[in-house]
Design a protein around this ligand. Structure first.
Ligand code: ATP
Ligand code: MG
Length: 439
């Protein structure tokens, strides 16, 4: 599953034949006593269901990936946008496992979130004992009925997360502004989420004028400043709550937003940035770091933690010159050359600069030369990556082809099929009149 990096184990302890097997209930509650309350509420069952207590979002995914559960009680900590998105993914992968939503204030909930999360019941905390007992009876009965319909032996073997590609930090940089860093960050995030089911987090390290949230039309409740100020001295707490400070886009991409106020940037130290990236790496498969067009210390921290560093320029002389200066400065700062990849963006044939001449200036070569495309502006205004809004556009095909190497091998094969299905002209061909056959 994407929420944990691998496939989930189908629910179904109740489905196994050969005597009554206790049901297994997973209770998520990052602070309180919900698990104990649920334990009391199911005591009268025979056999008594096994209650497993989970307090960390990351552990939730691991539990569901590695063990079988018949019911999930989603308590405080999952009643956020990111939490609902997580539940939606769980629901998609384990459609037969009833989810009971236990939240502190039902009045504040958006009913669409509840529906998307696929909750079979909604209760408000603190839950009176009798009410919780009824809720759990219903959920366990529902799980039992689903198991009976599915029949014994329906449990699916766990699907292991794809381990062929380790976790990665990918940073996108440029010396000049407006080269398309934010554009590439959001599209790369979509590409890895969509084609490889990787869990991706974009960290907006453009601490003064970050635009990741705006370009995905997100309204983040928290920012990197809130994360850094929260439990600043307690590393374990800092790591445990990382995901709660991220906002999740409808496509599943998580974003740690830039500060709301540019003056907050000064208070964020390079060491803080290092901790943030490390925490993100612990929670996600791929961390994409969007940066400002500047060589600030905090940005160099990101470069040094990156497995890949994309450096962008546009097809104009100042930007290309700055790219040269930027690369030689990285060398002086002892940033490793290994993962550096160059991208030329907004390349138009009538730009007055010969692409061939530019390529000669950079012997390491460019990973991609992306065209200027009208679709980009429209996609940004729609709050979705152009790869999602216009998959068959030239720009989308060029981005995808240059990023394909970042997919695991099996995802590369699936991507080739996807690409064939989105080939431009495919639908036009269908409507063409058949050619007249001449004898
Ligand atoms: N290939 C492209 N075709 C057309 N427009 C593009 C393309 N790439 C980026 N843009 C547009 O160019 C503008 C700048 O892009 P973007 O914000 O991604 O650059 P940036 O490098 O993040 O800028 P900054 O340095 O200010 O953070 C945006 O309006 C974006 O929509
Ligand atoms: Mg930007």
């Amino acid at each position: 599953m994407t929420a944990g990096g691998g496939g989930l184990v189908a629910s179904g302890a109740l489905a196994r034949s050969g005597g009554p097997t206790p049901a297994r209930v997973l209770v998520y509650d990052h602070v309180g006593t919900l698990a104990a309350d649920v334990r009391d509420a199911v005591e009268h069952h025979d056999p008594v269901p096994e209650i497993v207590d989970c307090r960390r979002p990351r552990a939730l995914a691991d539990f569901l990936t590695e063990q079988r559960f018949d019911v999930l009680v989603a308590g405080p900590g999952l009643d956020s946008r990111a939490g609902f998105e997580r539940l939606r993914i769980i629901r998609e992968e384990l459609p037969s496992m009833p989810i009971v939503l236990a939240v502190a204030n039902t009045a504040e909930l958006d009913v669409r979130d509840v529906v998307r999360a696929g909750a079979v019941d909604l209760v408000e905390i603190p839950i009176p004992g009798e009410k919780l007992r009824e809720t759990m009876d219903r959920a366990l009965q529902l799980a039992r009925r689903t198991a009976e319909v599915a029949g014994p032996g329906t449990a699916i073997e766990p699907v292991r997360p794809d381990s062929s590609i380790p976790k990665r930090v990918i940073t996108i940089a440029s010396a000049s502004g407006g080269c398309g860093k934010t554009f590439l960050a959001t599209n790369l995030a979509w590409f890895l989420t969509h084609h490889a089911k990787r869990r991706v987090c974009i960290i907006d390290l453009d601490l003064q004028f970050g635009e990741v949230s705006a370009s995905l039309r997100l309204r983040p409740r928290y920012t990197i400043t809130d994360l850094i100020q929260h439990d600043n001295d307690d590393e374990a707490e800092f790591n445990a709550h990382f995901e709660e400070f991220c906002e999740t886009h409808e496509t599943g991409i998580s974003v740690l937003a830039a500060p709301r106020d540019p003056t907050e940037a000064a208070a964020i130290r390079p060491a803080d940035v290092g901790r943030v990236i490390d925490a993100a790496r612990a929670h996600f498969d791929d961390v994409i770091v969007d940066t400002p067009p500047a060589l600030a210390d905090s940005v160099v921290v990101a470069y040094n933690r990156s497995d890949e560093l994309f450096v962008m320029a546009t097809l104009d002389i100042p930007s290309i010159r700055n790219m040269q200066v930027f690369l030689s400065t990285l060398e002086r700062l002892h940033v490793s050359n290994d993962g550096i990849r160059l991208i030329l963006n907004k390349a138009e044939s009538d730009a007055g600069v010969e692409i061939r001449q530019v390529l000669k200036l950079f012997p390491q070569g460019f990973d991609a030369t992306l065209p200027y495309a009208r679709e980009v502006q429209r996609s940004i205004n729609a709050g979705r990556p152009v790869l999602a809004t216009n998959p068959s556009a030239d720009i989308s095909r060029q981005i995808s082809n240059s990023m394909k190497r970042l997919l695991p091998a099996d995802a590369q094969d699936r991507f080739t099929e996807y690409e064939a299905a989105n080939r431009p002209g495919r639908f036009r061909m269908r409507n063409r009149k058949p050619k007249a056959v001449t004898a």
